[in-house]
Design a protein around this ligand. Sequence first.
Ligand code: ADP
Length: 579
Amino acid sequence: MWGRIKPEFWTHADEGEAPARNMFNYRRLWRSAVLAIVGVAVLPLVIMTLIQLSTTQRAVDAEANQRTHRFASNARRSVTSFLNARREALEFLIQDNDYLSLRNEQRLGELLEGLKTAFGGFVDLGLVDSRGTQIAYAGPFRLKGAEYRDQPWFREVAERGLHVSEVFLGYRRAPHLVIAVKKPRPGDSFVVLRATIDTELFNNLLSQLHLSEGGDAFIISREGKLQTPSRDHGDVFDDLALQVPASSSETRVDEVIGQQGHTSLVGHASIPDSPFVLLVVSPEDALLAAWRATRVKIGALVFASVLIIAVVILGVATLLVNRIYLADQRRLTTLHQVEYQNKMASIGRLAAGVAHEINNPLAIINEKAGLLTDMMVLKKQYARDEKLLGIAAVIVSSVERCGAITRRLLSFARRSDTANLEDLDLEEVVSDVLGFLDKEAEHRGIGITVCTALDVPKVWSDRGKLQEIFLNLINNAVAAMPKGGALTVAARLTEPDRVTVTLSDEGCGIAPEDLTRVFEPFFSTRADQGGTGLGLSITQGLVEELGGTIAVTSKQGRGSTFLVDLPVRDSDTMTRGTG
Ligand code: ADP
């Protein structure tokens, strides 16, 4: 997978020297580009999202707090006014009616009926004298004469003038509470008006609040016993499981962690002039559910954006760095080519100069060696000296070799000379060349076959250059077959306007690792036999000058095949016409 998407520059080994080194370290360039763009694109996005989230979180927390606070305040007001209304009614009755009429149980009954219709929730009404004896009673039970002297509520009302009881199960086995108010009488004595109130109304009040606000509102005693049923935290008279903070007369909101580790917001306030504490419990999960869902959505959105940005950045950076890399590679190749051409041009000039200089002395040596041989043949005392004659022959043949080298060097330098184009029969050109080499081939036991397909047309080309090309290739083939063999030269039309000449020998072949190098100048495996390594390099140059290509295939030990592909008509020679 990685291999397929890996960009070209990734495995580029850096060959540059300091200080240019980093300029060509593409991976580093890529890394810096990616980091820089990620830095300016992704970081601000992430930071802004985090700031936004924390700001919103604070706002949402504050909002939840406020809602609970408001709910608790409302509930507290309702409960307080419920109790106050009934207490004030009792206070009004005890002030408004004199002792005698309150003692009158019929009158007391009428008052109870009035309270029931005006306020609701009243169950009975009793008058207690300062000794704690209930001296008059109106209600469903027979409580006249009941003794309350030693009961805590009686002592409280005697001292403070008011008592509101906790909720208890009355005779009817239903939750009740008692409100008692006191009125002083002449002397030290006093009377107490005591009413029992059904807490049903109370509960209804709170459950209405549940509905409108969505939390759980209920009342507990200061000892933590539930006074009204709650939705999630137990029934009347249960002990509250929540750890409730110390209550204050002000409404307060606290965060409380419940048994299962769930956090709840608890609003609480004590009800004045009563043993009650009002609680409003809202589970945080419910309060924050909407916000949490939104938070997850925002998170997912930002994550997706970061992912897309990262992919785009990686893609763009890779593409750009790869473009730079490829451009650099192209620049380098061109540089190398120019360098190479310059080198070849210098070598050519140098070689031409040297060849020129050597040609004259060579001609003299050749002439003198010939003269020497002639003279030796004529003089009796040398004519039979095989050794001397042999030496002279070696001089002549060496000079010939030198001559061949200088000729090639000169042609190597002459390569840019203007072309001399004409219509040529390829078979004729090859035969001309073979004329030079016939003798040597015969001598080495090499059979040469030339076959040209019938449809091969004449080519518009340069005779001298073609001759040199074939001379070089046939020379190489002959050299590759020291123990004889067959050489086949064949020409055929490969495309309507191209001819391929194939030269196949049965020589030593070329090692696979050398196949790509044989066209390099000065590459030779025959240096010890006078090889210069220039033949194929020159040949390739000549073929390209004629608008063709040259290729080689070879099996080591079996032979080599050189393929010379030539245009029948060069595109620009076409316009010049065939003449
Ligand atoms: P030279 O012949 O002077 O060595 P060339 O450029 O003509 O230089 O050839 C380069 C090398 O290519 C030769 O040294 C030889 O190893 C190899 N070569 C060329 N032609 C053949 C061939 N027909 N068979 C085997 N090897 C060849």
